[in-house]
Design a protein. Structure first.
Length: 595
């Protein structure tokens, strides 16, 4: 169709457009999978690494240049840009040929399978980011590439009283009509193809709320959910939703059915605000640290329903989150009008790159704070590719069209990047070695089965359990969280109770250091193993502190201590000095009332 005036979409354009239409290719379906076997890692033990196939290796000097950015390792065009993210599907059964080292004859299928086989061999699962909520055919102005020309009414949702136009819940101009049986069949056939033929281990569904809309509202009882839940293949894999779209009532975090995990937008926003120093977040951050039970526990889900993330491909990188107050999308050619304006970011005192070492040191510490929070929270951590080495997009929070150094991972690391990478590696290893940080069940916060043991306790800087009024106090920015290793109410394959160390996490988002009275009875000793004030984060020689000793938490920092000496039950007591002070005050008060 012609593009121009308001009615030109009704006029036929007879120009030959075959050169720009995607072509179907018949390929040889045989492939030697050898002994390929899916890792089948339980979701609660999973760490998700979100990465773009092209951008991840495009600048990697360790890979032959010919295969960098491949599986083996019109408006945009006018502006000299391209759709780098590729969130405009048109063929739901084909890997993009742009990521093939040869790009011809269906080679991308063979290369994709080889990639999956090699990743499985390394124990890494493949979760595919899929876009079934819309296609690349845009709004009523076109282009017409496939589905619109086959049966427009069946494949797209049209405005009921004016079917020339499209219902748009996605912000892209159209919405796939999942209420129609043939559209739904297309989606299901495609999903099964990627699992059975391409061996992927799960999917992340872009704007998944759109797929659950029936007449208008998002519905848990939609046909889309029903057909996936009963499918013998798809019901057994990892299903992750981006639980929102841009339509009315589209924000559905916490509302997807039991088989689904979700990108937890509440986690992202709360953690960003907390470390930025916003007030009144004590209770909110406590929920996020414990797997968001306020969102998921009520409907029978478990902590692994929460895909925790601070950054993703859509928005700032972690380095930019602590370096910019405002987005800088000028390179996109839209006068910086695109992208989200509400990023909950803080530049630590200077906008963008600076030579001020105090600002740069704070930025590095803030990145370590975010990473500690991410990997030591209950739920499933998702790390945006490159955040572990300080990747920057120069303040661009909508780099969908930047197929260049703005989006590509930089593999030439300076000392700071290497140090952050090593810190991230150690954090992931810590999480892997200690099941207390990846429980498959929610904490109860109460005595277990009549014993004196609590699985989690919250302490204030005075070394005593937090009281109700403290959770609602605006200025509270310092928390102590004790995770009890002997109360893990889960068992291994042999029905043995899983035991772990007891840990004390200390978080201080205040702009000044805080003296924290360490809890526990007199014989208890705590071992400091991590302190984000230090550039290396982890201590080579852990330092020992006694209970009731005042430990100084640095301004805007995260510390992790492990119980080294003393019974675990004794560690759960309030600071013994504080307790003596309270008892002394109480006794004096009682004595004054006696005749």
């Amino acid at each position: 169709y012609k593009v121009g005036g308001p009615k030109e979409d009704l006029e036929r354009d007879y120009r030959d457009d075959a050169f720009g239409i995607p072509k179907a290719v018949v390929i040889d379906p045989t492939f030697d999978w050898r002994n390929d076997r899916a890792p089948e890692r339980p979701l609660h033990e999973t760490v998700v690494y979100e990465v773009h196939v092209r951008g991840f290796s495009k600048r990697c000097p360790h890979i032959p240049e010919k295969i960098r950015g491949t599986y083996n390792d019109k408006i945009l065009v006018d502006r000299g840009l391209r759709n780098y993210w590729g969130y405009n599907s048109i063929g739901y059964f084909a890997p993009d040929c742009r990521y093939s080292s040869s790009g011809v004859g269906g080679a991308q299928v063979q290369e994709f399978k080889t990639m999956v086989r090699n990743l499985h061999g390394a124990g890494i699962e493949v979760i595919l980011d899929v876009v079934y909520n819309h296609t690349a055919e845009g709004n009523h102005m076109g282009p017409t590439l496939s589905f619109r020309g086959i049966e427009n009414y069946n494949y797209y949702r049209l405005v009921p009283d004016n079917p020339r136009y499209y219902v748009d819940y996605t912000g892209t101009g159209n919405t796939l009509n999942v209420m129609h049986a043939r559209s739904l069949q297309l989606i299901m056939d495609s999903l099964r193809y990627w699992v059975t033929e391409m061996h992927v281990d799960g999917f992340r569904f872009d704007l998944a709320a759109t797929l659950a809309r029936e007449l208008h509202a998002v519905s848990k009882l939609s046909a889309f959910f029903d057909i996936i839940h009963q499918d013998p293949v798809l019901s057994q894999i990892k299903l992750i939703a981006e639980p929102w779209d841009v339509g009315e009532g589209g924000y559905q975090v916490g509302n997807f059915p039991v088989l689904w995990a979700e990108w937890n937008g509440r986690y992202r926003d709360s953690v960003r605000r907390y470390w930025k120093g916003d007030e009144g977040l004590a209770g909110e951050i406590a929920y996020r640290l414990t797997g968001s039970p306020d969102l998921y526990q009520w409907n029978g889900k478990r902590p692994q329903a929460s895909i925790n993330f601070v950054t993703s491909h859509d928005g700032y990188t972690l380095a930019d989150l602590v370096s910019y107050n405002d987005k800088h999308n000028e390179a996109n050619g839209e006068n910086n009008q695109d992208g989200d304006n509400n990023n909950r970011s803080w530049n630590c005192g200077a906008e963008g790159p600076t030579k001020d070492e105090k600002v740069n040191a704070l930025r590095r510490r803030q990145q370590r704070n975010f990473l500690c929070t991410l990997f030591l929270s209950q739920g499933v951590p998702m790390l945006c590719g490159g955040d572990e080495c300080g990747r920057t997009q120069q303040g661009n929070n909508n780099a969908y069209c930047q197929d260049n150094e703005i989006s590509w991972t930089n593999w030439e690391w300076d000392k700071n990047a290497e140090q952050l990478h090593q810190f991230s590696v150690k954090l992931i290893r810590l999480r892997h070695e200690h099941p207390i940080f990846r429980r498959p069940k929610f904490f109860q916060g109460r005595k277990i089965r009549g014993s004196e043991i609590k699985d989690i306790m919250w302490f204030n800087p005075g070394g005593i359990e937090m009281e109700d009024e403290e959770w609602n106090t605006a200025f509270v920015r310092t928390l102590g969280v004790m995770l009890s290793g002997d109360t893990i109410d889960v068992r291994d394959f042999y029905c043995r109770t899983i035991q772990d160390d007891t840990f004390l996490m200390l978080l201080n988002a205040h702009y000044e250091p805080v003296e924290f009275l360490l809890p526990g009875k007199e014989e208890v000793r705590w071992e400091l193993i991590l302190n984000t004030v230090l550039e290396e984060g982890f201590l080579e020689d852990p330092k020992i502190f006694a209970s009731s000793e005042e430990y100084e938490i640095g301004d805007r920092s995260f510390s992790l201590l492990r119980l080294r000496v003393g019974e675990k039950s004794h560690a759960r007591a309030a600071s013994w000095k504080k307790r003596e002070q309270q008892l002394g005050i109480s006794g004096a008060a009682m004595g004054s009332k006696q005749p």
